[in-house]
Design a protein. Structure first.
Lengths: 359, 131
């Protein structure tokens, strides 16, 4: 009988940008079981949102995650707008879509860089992050903020996109798409990358459903799931295809991220081209009463907000279910059976965001 | 404007049979949310069936337990442990039980989401806002 050893992976580990601990039960070099230890980044944001008024909560929501921040503020504002019975103007909705897809773009480039860094491909890591800087420059030009855009407001957006800016976005998006082809070709076709990712961290389609996988993790297991498919808001007015792979492994998850980059670039181009004229913000006054559930597609997958108000200045309940929260149980399914040396790549392949998981 | 999602009210037994039915249809669990409404907790279950949301809620008296659905949906384990952290509501038969310390440490405030728990710096609940 082989002896088992528990190897703590994290909370501080070279491949983890945020604190998560996985207690890996190993026999020789093989992982046989895994138990997560959470709570290192817990900030009590849901409770905090019950103490602030509904306007200040926009900034709270935007800080749930430091990467996919804009979509948090959009989802929160959409919940409040639904409870108030108001609608943001079409132009604002398209600016929200552009901001959200820029967020997805920089998040996916962050992931691709971190993955390359995770298996020691430093030059590829730098190539992805060099291009990601240009996406952040675009976000800064639109809103003034490089990551936390602070552009979403209840009833619309704070800053408009003028014609010069629209032309600059289209031009830059085209150049980013062109410049991204070589590094994406490298991460999808390089021999060493394939050796480190193909067949690693298998999650079958059935397991993806049973364990509740979302976003690129689910789509890499053959599930055609994406909240944007519901066509809510401006997504009903643009054309896009959902990227689905059936490899069910770390390579398939990488491929989904890599191909989605071009979908986001195309969505930004379409949205700028269709940007309606008119106001960017609807005036409102009132109290929030009732409950609402909303979902949006974050870079890491489906996110759900539950917001409940009882007519007071503050909220009765504010609940956020982030994508990594849903993708942790699938990760616990992927790891048993793998080699200890493959754990970092498998963990990175779900693109974990612990700050938003723990909130 | 799109109408709000309807959240149907079910009894304790109806919740469990509904969850079994959804598991049989390969519906996906999105989230379990708890709200403290005084003497009761409201548990709100949200699933996705063919891209559509299925939402229902049930009431659980304070001081009682509720059956875990983690045998049908392993992912429910995290949501149920989080509710135990935040509200102290225990789930019977949970797959991995963190005992109320999944996110909270041993020196954290206990059951911080219970309405009776007062938090320093809380705003007064009076007027509405505008923008």
């Amino acid at each position: 009988m082989r002896a088992s050893t528990v190897v703590p992976f994290g909370p501080q580990h070279p491949v983890l940008i945020e604190p998560l601990q996985l207690k890996l039960v190993v026999e020789d070099e093989k992982v046989v079981d895994v138990v997560p230890a959470l709570g290192y980044g817990h900030r009590g944001l849901e409770k905090g949102a019950e103490l602030n008024d509904i306007v200040r909560n926009i900034f709270m929501a935007e800080r749930v995650c430091g990467i996919c921040s804009f979509i948090h503020s959009w989802c929160y504002c959409a919940c409040i707008e639904e409870l108030l019975g108001i609608q943001s103007p079409p132009r604002a909705e398209f600016i929200r879509l552009i901001s959200a897809e820029l967020t997805r773009l920089h998040s996916h480039l962050l992931f691709l860089g971190l993955l390359a860094d995770g298996f020691g491909f430093e030059s590829l890591f730098m190539q992805f992050w060099r291009i990601r800087e240009r996406v952040l420059d675009l976000m800064e030009a639109i809103s003034g903020g490089r990551v936390i855009m602070g552009n979403c407001a209840i009833g619309g957006v704070r800053k408009d996109i003028d014609q010069d800016m629209a032309r600059a976005i289209v031009k830059e998006v085209g150049e980013i798409g062109r410049d991204l082809r070589p590094p994406i070709k490298a991460i999808l076709e390089d021999y060493t990358v394939k050796q480190r990712t193909v067949g690693k961290g298998i999650l079958t389609k059935e397991e993806a459903v049973k364990f509740g996988a979302v976003g690129p993790v689910a789509r890499a297991s053959g599930l055609r799931t994406d909240v944007r498919l519901l066509g809510e808001g401006p997504y009903g007015e643009v054309d896009f295809s959902v990227v689905v792979e059936d490899g069910c492994d770390a390579y398939a998850r990488t491929a989904v991220h890599a191909r989605e980059v071009f979908v986001s670039l195309d969505l930004i181009r379409q949205a700028v081209g269709k940007l309606p004229s008119g106001e960017i913000r609807t005036k409102w006054k009132g109290r929030v009463r009732g409950e609402v559930i909303k979902r949006m597609e974050q870079p890491r997958g489906e996110m759900m907000y539950y917001v409940r108000g009882n007519g007071n200045r503050t909220l009765e309940r504010f609940k956020v279910r982030t994508p990594t929260f849903a993708n942790l149980p699938p990760l616990l399914k992927m790891l048993p059976g793998c080699e200890l040396a493959d754990v970092p790549v498998i963990v990175i392949s779900i693109d974990p965001c612990i700050a938003c998981t723990e909130r | 404007m799109k109408p709000m999602e309807t959240i149907s009210q079910l009894s304790r037994d109806e919740v469990l049979s509904r969850v079994r039915e959804l598991a049989g249809k390969y519906a996906r669990l999105i989230s379990i949310t708890c709200v403290d409404v005084g003497q009761l907790f409201e548990l709100i279950y949200v699933f996705e069936d063919e891209l559509k949301m299925v939402c229902f809620k049930t009431e659980v008296p304070h001081g009682t337990t509720f059956p875990s659905i983690s045998s049908l949906y392993p992912g429910a384990m995290l949501a149920e442990n989080e509710i135990r952290d935040q509200f102290g509501l225990q789930f019977d038969g949970i797959a991995i039980d963190f005992g109320g310390y999944m996110f909270l440490s041993h020196d954290s405030p206990r059951k911080p989401f219970i309405k009776e728990v007062r938090v320093k710096g809380a705003m007064k609940k009076d007027e509405g806002e505008s923008g």
